[in-house]
Design a protein around this ligand. Structure first.
Ligand code: CMP
Length: 134
């Protein structure tokens, strides 16, 4: 089934000028880019985006990290997009990410892990609406 999903290029990748590299990896893997923008998140918007992690010890540091530079949300479409994007980026912790995945290649650590991807079709719809107004 053709699906839409959301990827965010995070501040550690923006700072290291890896935006183009990430986009090239996405296109090479067969994802169609339907939308893309740059946004400097406010702490309030970062907290809203990561509301599912409310109460987690890493949330304050995560919010501080996510507002440290603009981020690049990208709306993607492909057959089986949600699962295929999760496979492409690899595990949250780059130390555990499979060989050849984007995070294994460029992420710095479990927080500064270069990209975010929606983890289900339901969350993809919510996250796409968050950045692209539905
Ligand atoms: P992401 O896939 O965007 O989902 C939540 C984010 O929290 C995660 O990537 C990391 O950037 C960050 N994070 C920091 N510490 C942890 C942790 N211990 N477990 C999960 N996520 C973490």
């Amino acid at each position: 089934m053709v699906e839409k999903t959301l990827l965010i290029i995070k501040p550690d990748a923006v700072k290291r000028r890896l935006i183009g590299h990430v986009i090239a990896r996405l296109e090479k893997a067969g994802f169609e880019i339907l939308g893309m923008r740059m946004e400097r998140l406010t702490p309030e918007r970062a907290l809203k985006f990561y509301a599912v992690h409310e109460g987690k010890s890493f949330l304050p540091a995560l919010v501080e990290f996510m507002v440290s530079t603009p981020v690049v949300p990208i709306l993607l479409q492909k057959e089986n997009a949600v699962a295929d994007l999760r496979t492409l980026i690899g595990a949250t912790d780059p130390a555990r990410a499979a060989c050849g995945t984007l995070r294994q290649e460029i992420a710095l650590n479990i927080q500064e892990n270069s990209v975010h991807a929606s983890d289900s079709p339901e969350n993809a719809a919510i996250e796409i609406a968050f950045f692209f107004n539905g």
